[in-house]
Design a protein around this ligand. Sequence first.
Ligand code: NAG
Ligand code: NAG
Ligand code: NAG
Ligand code: NAG
Ligand code: NAG
Ligand code: NAG
Length: 927
Amino acid sequence: MATVLSIWIFIGLLFSSAVAAQRSFFPAAIPLAVRSPHFSVWYQNTAGGQPLPNSWPFFWNGPIIGWAGRIRVDEVTYSWMGDDGIWNSTAIVVDIQITPTRSIFVMQAGPMNVTVTYLSPIEPSDWVNQSIPFSYVSVEAQSLDGATHNVQMYSDISSELVTGIRPSGTQGGAAVRWQNNRTAQTLYHETEPETLQQYTEISEQAQDGRGYYAMALSPGLTWEIDTDVVCRHQFANTGNLTNTQQATFGPMGQPWYVFAIAMDLGTIQSTSSPVTWAIGYVRDPIAPYTTPSGVTEVRRPYWTTRYSDVSALIDAFVADYPAAHDRALALDERILADAAKISPQYGDLVSLVARQVMSALDITVLGGSGNDGDVTDVKAFMKDIGSTLRVNPVESMFAAFPTYLYLNASLGGALLAPLLQSQDNLVGQAYAAQDIGANYPNATGTRGAHQQGIEQSGNMLIMMYAHARVSGDGSLLSRHYDTAKRWADYLVNNTLTPLNQDSADGLTNPNMTNLAIKGIIGVKAMAEISRATQHDSDAQQYDSRATALAGSWLSLAESSDQQHLLGQYGDQSSSAMLYNIYADLLLNTSLISQDVLAKQTQYYNTLLQSAGPLGLYFDNALSDLKLASSAWSLFTAATVMDDGVRNQLVQYAWDRASFNKTGGQFPDVYDYTTGAISDNRGGRAGPALGAMFAPLALTVPNTTIVVSGSSPLGDNPGSPGSGNNPGSAESNDKPNIGAIVGGAVGGVVFLAIALGAGFFFWRRRRQQRARAAYHHKEDILEHPQPYEYGLASQREYSPNRYVDADTRRVEAGTTDHPTHPSLSDAQYASPYPIVGSSKARERAREMEQRYPMSPSGSAEPGPTTPRTPSSEVMSSGTESSSATGGSGVNTVSTTDLLGLRAEVENLRRVMQGIREERLDPPPQYGN
Ligand SMILES: *[C@@H]1O[C@H](CO)[C@@H](O)[C@H](O)[C@H]1NC(C)=O
Ligand SMILES: *[C@@H]1O[C@H](CO)[C@@H](O)[C@H](O)[C@H]1NC(C)=O
Ligand SMILES: *[C@@H]1O[C@H](CO)[C@@H](O)[C@H](O)[C@H]1NC(C)=O
Ligand SMILES: *[C@@H]1O[C@H](CO)[C@@H](O)[C@H](O)[C@H]1NC(C)=O
Ligand SMILES: *[C@@H]1O[C@H](CO)[C@@H](O)[C@H](O)[C@H]1NC(C)=O
Ligand SMILES: *[C@@H]1O[C@H](CO)[C@@H](O)[C@H](O)[C@H]1NC(C)=O
């Protein structure tokens, strides 16, 4: 048996080596179940880290989510998710594909090819479906050797979904309750904190929600609620669960109770349909929203308009899997086909961010009737995840807006609605508010004076008009006309020479070129808003104002040689990405001439020659911080007139997206020399990355604005999504095959070819980089980093690379910048395996807490005494847990496995040597 297992592992390693060489996109975090601001579960994919089969998923900002998956093949249990050591072996990941709606892990578990698909639906045209805070994980398996095999599947989730582990690894969590329940078609587990604390967060996990794990009832299904050790051993030993639950509740953790569902498939050659679990995190109500008259509305999730309770919701969601999967495929295909028209790598960017941008929203209604009727007064709330955590943060909405415009512009209207309502008749403040609350989900209303008047007024007017011209819904324009006019008048008076104005990027210097043009485009947007609402004399007035302002702006903004635009009027050394010009193209307002754009494009081209390894600053006024912004790089990319320059900007964002030497999700703001995430947050997992859709939003057609039509954004009944619905549009285009990284590797026979081709492409990429004058220090950056999993020796990286955002804000004089009650560095850093060795330490500490070692330090094997896996994990150190020799649970010794690895490494080196000698000249690097 041991020998058979070793052989399978060996073949698996060969597969993984081959595919690792072929893959090219290596984001440090991959979305698993990402549906709402409080339901955001990821896989940490850092170089030197562990593959999914021996890694715990984590909540976006760090805490582990105890979510485990197993497949038992001919009585041998393989892990496909979770790091507890209760398995005979781990499945071997051979490929990962990321599409806008799915993360797909192709693995090998002994004689079976196992495909694990994490699907977080994006349903832009059906707001009931979009608002359902559930995701699917489904597993398919096919025999690799043609024979039939006896197969069972298992997965469980712990209460970490509803409370989260306490910061700094303190013991246990809140007391939790649970129950198992079923409907006619579905079995589900429910867990919740014993004390629900409404609208409260701890480490950004909500404390007022319920967690669910569900599966369609069918023969072969068994379930259990007990400790992790009991449930997982029960499955490993028997392939079935006991259909029983622990009657006594406990704390979340110590011991770790889990909610398990297993499926016995019997003897099969392949699964006839995927085995699918539904995982959900439900909050109801969503948010308290204080209206301008001081009434606090209790906002409920949009799905409550169709489903009267959670069991009906779960039933529908579980039964909908095949159709939801089809819709997801169609949407992915559509997005990737559109993305392929921009550049080859662009599809990866939109795929990585689409789920998180949609998940930043909670779509709500007042009431919720459960009868699918009168959907009125829809409001969407956005959490500024990964950044300030505010409610409907206007500058992040502005960055995210291209995604909503592209997917369904009406979403933008639902987001604008509460901001606009809050500011009608707001006395004494001529400019727009920054948000409607400092701490999600408390939408307490506007918060008084601030220094971002131009920034936020410009953002609001641009978004109002953008929403209306793409959706055709002019109801917000007419209802809030006076408010818009107040902001436009403010801009007319103030935007040309911004003084005492902050940008949302933390800049405070006077006369920012980029800020000024945003305000001017805002004035022009007001002219269009006036026109659409038949205020013709206003339209003429704002038109002429905007034109005059744009003319003055150009004379102030141009460099003395008139060859490019400055970052700050008159300062010839100033230089910035003038990303706000994007709005001029988006709205087709044509304030900036083609000639100016062409010269600016050339200028960016010149700047890019001396960009950092991971991109270009967005403003050299912040050059000491070496900050790049992926969002503003993409806005800028969408404005340039040369595809080469555009693609280079896209490439830099992609380079950072594919940079996996630091932990954490693809950030908006980062250090372009080291990749370090600004502020240790940098907008990661948050909405601002919706800017990746900037080039695509320019392709969305506009439509006639109807002012009196029905709209759900207020008092008139109607249905959202009319006029712009690419999600369900037919498309005959093929998906971007390049973006869905090809995963098929036929067999061992092709290993050599695959390795060779892999290195060829890898090397070719390096040469392309060299041609693009890509100046970088090889010792810092060798990314993208192929998966090395446990094969790589742990590397040391400097831990202290994070930019201190508070320092930046103080320096920039913006001490009133909204900040969340801050967590200590340790709280952010500790769950993150940012540094190889500290990761190992963290892991060990975590495991120690979960599975304390017995005093003797040795485990007592035997089916009657469920053994804790601590000794195996501790003894195997940082090595892959599949190599836990001599433990009695695993049958391959460490030495055996290391031998196999050495063989594979040698083979790879030999192949690399051959390629280097025969195919390619050595890469040239610019210097
Ligand atoms: C798998 O592990 C169980 C104990 O958990 C052990 O009894 C069994 O022999 C192992 N199977 C193989 C093939 O190693
Ligand atoms: C199961 O769910 C139904 C419907 O939601 C509910 O009425 C019932 O109380 C639940 N059963 C248990 C044991 O809680
Ligand atoms: C929201 O407000 C409630 C009531 O004041 C408070 O208990 C809660 O902590 C607030 N939530 C956040 C995230 O600040
Ligand atoms: C699980 O239980 C069912 C019903 O008792 C049985 O038919 C099946 O063989 C069991 N599966 C395994 C893997 O033992
Ligand atoms: C704009 O400036 C004019 C003239 O100084 C003034 O009358 C008007 O009140 C100002 N409007 C706003 C909104 O600041
Ligand atoms: C494994 O399954 C995936 C899809 O689920 C497929 O693309 C791949 O070719 C299969 N691999 C092998 C070796 O059969």
